[in-house]
Ligand binder design. Structure first.
Ligand code: AHG
Ligand code: MN
Ligand code: MN
Length: 334
């Protein structure tokens, strides 16, 4: 019997049927996000061509205003999700303030945080990039989302996921019922279930960190990384270093193969570079659903109480044994 072909819309509906009280709004929201991902994927995959098509200043040969891809991705998500009727507010990496739902459009009970294009510095080098999102229920009274709604810890996430625009475009999400991956078949414009119930190995053989920052790390991180290169156990092999510089691409590889990704704080930036609301929390929800773990070095990322939209947080994420071992090195160095 051939395996059935499961589209993401069907999968979301099947997930939703597990919640009898569900109203269908959630599956509509997830479908709107996957639709936006298809539009961004189409643009990402022709980014190089846009350059080749003789860009004249602010306009390309189609007379369209050329936007940087991360602004383009931001605009697609704001437009698609702002009008879908399931949200009451959004937060984007590309906007300082809360993004309200435009007047005249229905309001929903969810709020969305997103990084429209992660790894955008890599676009011109044709390196894999991604989009990251997190969904919470609005808690405040009134129809419109407020800042306080976004100050929920990641352990209140209703769902999160990411899109990776790589050799293929994949949509990976969790609603708390495991992690599932879908690959875009662009010939039919459908995300098809390709990685059901992804589980990450408890211990990996890969570490991902920007070693250029080595001299500015605290001793605990330095000692941990050195331990991966010089394992004490007789005959043990050193870990492999793999660092793409696109969080989504590094995360996705480690999710599937096992391993640990670190963006620690350093002397220049004690909280590191990555943002809690739309990078660390959504990916931490995913990794825990896949059996891994995510920490800021001393505490669980998902338990951190946010204080501002764009606050940064040190991120140590991946195979649980590796992340716990890193925390141990940090404790022992204090
Ligand atoms: P963004 O493009 O959304 O600003 O994110 C870039 C981030 C992340 O993708 C990656 O892990 C990190 O920048 C790489 O930073 P370094 O170049 O400092 O290593
Ligand atoms: Mn990012
Ligand atoms: Mn970004």
């Amino acid at each position: 019997m051939p395996d059935s072909v499961v589209t993401i819309d069907r999968h979301i509906l099947e997930q939703q049927q597990k919640y009898p009280e569900a109203t269908g709004g959630f599956s509509g929201l997830m479908s709107s996000i996957s639709f936006a991902a298809k539009i961004i994927s189409r643009e990402v995959n022709k980014a190089g061509l846009v350059e080749l098509l003789g860009i004249t200043g602010q306009e390309n040969v189609h007379g369209e205003v050329v936007q940087k891809l991360d602004v383009y991705a931001h605009n697609v998500i704001v437009q698609m999700l702002g009008t879908c009727g399931y949200l009451s507010a959004m937060i984007s990496e590309e906007r300082e303030d809360l993004i309200p739902i435009p007047e005249g459009y229905p309001l929903g009970k969810y709020i969305l945080t997103f990084d429209p294009l992660d790894g955008s510095a890599n676009i011109d080098a044709n390196v894999s990039i991604g989009s990251i999102f997190g969904i919470y229920e609005k808690l405040s009274s009134g129809d419109r989302g407020k800042k306080e709604d976004f100050m929920q810890p990641g352990n209140k996430l209703v769902a999160s996921g990411y899109v990776i625009y790589g050799s293929s475009t994949m949509f990976v999400y969790s609603t708390g019922q495991g992690v599932h991956g879908f690959t875009l078949d662009s010939s039919i414009g459908e995300f098809l279930l390709s990685h059901e119930t992804i589980k990450t190995p408890k211990k990996g053989k890969i570490y991902s960190v920007n070693e250029g920052n080595f001299n500015s790390w605290d001793d605990g991180i330095k000692n941990f990384i050195m331990s991966l290169k010089n394992p004490e156990a007789a005959g043990a092999k050193p870990y492999s270093s793999r660092y793409i510089g696109s969080l989504v691409a590094d995360f996705h590889r480690n999710l599937l193969y096992g391993g640990i990704f670190l963006y620690p704080g350093n002397r220049r930036n004690p909280r590191g570079k990555l943002r809690l609301l739309y990078e660390a929390n959504p990916l931490s929800f995913i990794i825990e659903q896949a059996g891994g773990y995510a920490s800021d070095g001393s505490k669980r990322i998902l338990d951190i109480q946010p204080e501002s939209f764009h606050q940064r947080v040190p991120l140590i994420i991946g195979s649980e044994e590796d992340v716990r071992n890193c925390e141990k090195f940090i404790r022992e160095s204090q």
